[in-house]
Structure formats: C-alpha cells, structure tokens
Design a binder for this molecule. Structure first.
Ligand SMILES: Cc1cc2nc3c(=O)[nH]c(=O)nc-3n(C[C@H](O)[C@H](O)[C@H](O)COP(=O)(O)O)c2cc1C
Length: 216
C-alpha cells in the first residue's frame, strides 16, 4: 500500500465493530509500530494490551472515576489557550457534531466514549519508565504515529486516547503496573464500524502558512 495514501487517508476511528482483533494481528501491528525511531534507540515505550473482558473491566472503572471526578476531554494546558487554538478545537467539534448520535451531548460522547475506548475490542496503554526525561515523550509520540498508520494499513481503525492519563495512578494500580511507570497515552484499536456516522468525519487542518515559517 502506498504510504503517502495511508497518511492522507487515515483518520481516527470512534465507532468499532464488536469483533476481536487476533493476537497475531496485534503482534504484527506492534512489531511495525516499534520500528519507530527513538533517541539513542532506547525504545522507551512499554505497552499493555488490554482486550476482551479486561478491556470492559478497565472501562467500567474509568467511567466511574470520570463521573466521580467530573473529568472532561480538553486541552491539558497550563494557561488559557490563545484564540487560534480555541478556533481549531471548535472546528473539530463542529465537524463532528453531525456524527454524534442523536440526543447525546458531545461532552458525554467524548468523555464516556474515550473511557470506553469507543467500544474497541482492544486498548493499548503506553507507558514510560520514570527515569526518562520529557524528551523521550517524543519517542512515544512517534511510536503512536507509526501505530495508527500501521493499523490503517492492516485494515484496522484506531484512536489515541489522552483523556485516560487523568487516571494514570488508578490505571497503574488496576493493571498491576510496577512502581515508577508513567501512563503516557492509550490507543483504542479494532475493526472500523462502516455504519458509524462518526467514522465519516474527516478533521480539518489549518493552512501551512499558519504553522510554517520559511527562513531562506
Ligand atoms: C495525544 C492525543 C490524544 C488524544 N486524545 C483523545 C481522546 O482522549 N479522545 C478522543 O476522542 N480523541 C483523542 N485524540 C484524537 C484526536 O482528537 C484526533 O487525532 C484529532 O482530532 C485529529 O483527527 P484525526 O485523527 O481523525 O486526523 C487524541 C489524539 C492525540 C494525538
């Protein structure tokens, strides 16, 4: 498959079929994703692959915690966002509204949906050892990029789920992660539901001129 087409066509999946992904396929996907570059080839990523009943148990726990603590999807920023970022967030919500099931508020769709990994049969929790500085979070970002592209190539849908990092300590306890591991991000993965309206949404990108400066 043409990699440029994969990059251009991929989009996050928020509606999955109730169909497990075979262990062999997940192994292939993870092998491809971990071809990602990393600083000094340290490969600081660690994955916990949570499927089936365990995934549902994790989601029940996350939904409960999310309701108790009133956590919501949003930019994890230390200061109020400049207007241009607010506009991009609004652009995403506007593009998604037609795909959100009727009667569901978008916050509910995103918050509960994220905790439920949008019904994906598998959630991959990606962790890093505490010894690493924030530079190595870039390694994790790249591995997630490879992961979502490889998933698309293998006919799978995926969605990175950052919301769950609000419950990092709880997840560590529930999944019996050793001390000193930090939950960086999760990715939902499974077969795309072709009938889910939300999966038709294609998110916009700002013009290059808004994000690129050329110095010559
Ligand atoms: C670090 C990161 C965290 C994300 N967290 C969430 C999340 O918690 N819930 C969700 O529905 N989507 C999440 N997403 C998906 C983004 O909303 C999505 O990538 C973005 O809107 C662009 O859309 P696209 O992936 O379809 O191109 C996350 C993506 C990234 C890269």
């Amino acid at each position: 498959m043409d990699i440029l087409k994969v990059i251009s066509d991929r989009k996050s999946t928020r509606g999955f079929l109730d169909k497990p992904v075979e262990r062999k396929t997940l192994e292939r996907l993870l092998s491809l994703a971990t071809r990602a570059p990393s600083a000094i080839n340290l490969q600081p990523w660690e994955f916990v692959v949570v499927s089936g009943e365990e995934r549902k148990r994790l989601s029940r726990f996350l939904v409960k915690r999310m309701r108790e603590r009133n956590i919501s999807c949003g930019p994890d920023a230390s200061d109020p966002l400049p207007e241009r970022f607010i506009a991009r967030q609004k652009g995403l919500l506007d593009s998604m509204l037609p795909g959100i099931p009727e009667g569901l508020h978008f916050q509910e769709f995103f918050n509960e949906g994220s905790c439920n990994f949008y019904g994906a049969p598998t959630a991959i929790i990606i962790n890093i050892d505490h010894v690493f500085s924030s530079l190595h979070l870039t390694d994790i970002g790249i591995v997630v990029g490879y992961f979502v592209l490889a998933a698309h190539t293998l006919g799978l849908g995926s969605c990175p789920i950052g919301l769950i990092t609000a419950f990092g300590d709880d997840i560590r306890e529930l999944l019996n992660l050793p001390d000193g591991k930090k939950v960086v991000i999760a990715v939902a993965v499974g077969y795309r539901d072709p009938d889910a309206k939300i999966n038709q949404v294609r998110s916009e990108r700002v013009p290059l001129a808004d994000v690129v400066r050329w110095l010559e």
